[in-house]
Unconditional design. Structure first.
Length: 148
């Protein structure tokens, strides 16, 4: 059986000024990033890290900069943002893929995270990507005067 963490993204802790995490915290962080949709609990993550829940929660927050639950939510939202920009998948499919049981719960969480509903954020991200590509196919979100 292959190790699911091989090839997982790595954080450059030295460049970020964040202390290098202990092996258990690093393992938990990489597991979260590899499987953001998994129903992570503090107990599960602490067990994976080989620590008590209290010690794990304290070390994770100190070393990563966010409490474990917030980090899980942030990983889910970053993955959802990537999916929104990348394709034509429905919001419900994206919600399920990042660990939410309903489109509504996902939409509320995404709006808290990004400041916009996911459908609006999808349109904004696509318009920016089209502008960045310079293909002129950017979509106007609202009718209005042009800056020509």
């Amino acid at each position: 059986m292959s190790d699911p963490l091989v090839g997982a993204p790595r954080v450059d802790f030295a460049a970020s000024g964040t202390p290098i995490p202990t092996a258990g915290v690093e393992r938990a962080r990489r597991l979260i990033e590899h499987e953001p949709a998994r129903p992570w609990t503090l107990a599960t993550l602490a067990r994976e890290a080989g620590m008590s829940r209290t010690v794990f929660a304290e070390r994770f927050a100190a070393e990563v900069g966010l409490p474990p639950g917030h980090y899980v939510a942030d990983c889910r939202m970053r993955e959802a943002a990537r999916m929104l920009e990348a394709g034509e998948r429905s919001l419900k499919a994206i919600a399920i893929d990042v660990g939410y049981r309903s489109r509504s719960a996902f939409s509320h969480a995404y709006r808290r995270w990004s400041g916009r509903p996911p459908a609006t954020d999808r349109a904004v991200r696509r318009a920016r990507a089209a502008e960045d590509a310079g293909d002129g196919s950017g979509t106007r979100l609202r009718p209005g005067p042009t800056n020509d």
